[in-house]
Design a protein around this ligand. Structure first.
Ligand SMILES: [Zn+2]
Length: 145
């Protein structure tokens, strides 16, 4: 398997890049101070007031609002089955859509705590392995000992 630092992100500007041992991955969103609203993915302009939207890394942990498991032939070299989820971020008023950890699909439940991860997952539009962001279950405190 490729080292994550050797791979390109699936889309530039979508999430922060490694090394994640120095700083955990985060989604790169936007904030409009006039409207006091956060966005992800980052729009070029605030959809409400059309002011330029400045990029901001979002602390990317939250709880699962909803999910589905997809069992048809996956696109982009994703594993089968794969899952997509909506996550309500903890620190900002924002619901984001993303992939879920393919290794933990059997543990998916609404309301579970998740955090962003990024790693080799699937292929990009050129057919090369790439880094993709996905949400994984947060470890419970008792599991961290
Ligand atoms: Zn605005």
């Amino acid at each position: 398997m490729n080292k994550e630092t050797d791979l390109s992100p699936v889309v530039p500007g979508l999430f922060s890049l490694p090394p994640y041992d120095k700083k955990p991955p985060s989604l790169l969103g936007a904030f409009c101070p006039d409207c006091n609203r956060y966005y992800f993915p980052r729009p070029k302009y605030c959809p409400r007031c059309l002011a330029p939207a400045s990029q901001i890394p979002l602390k990317s942990n939250g709880t699962i609002y909803s999910y589905t498991v997809v069992r048809i032939k996956p696109p982009f070299g994703l594993p089968s089955p794969y899952s997509v989820i909506y996550v309500d971020l903890t620190e900002v008023d924002l619901r984001v859509f993303g992939l879920f950890d393919p290794e933990a699909i059997d543990r998916l439940r609404i309301g579970l705590d998740v955090e962003l991860a990024a790693g080799p997952l699937g292929i990009n539009s050129q057919g090369q392995s790439c880094l993709r962001p996905y949400f994984k279950l947060r470890k419970q405190m008792k599991d961290r000992e």
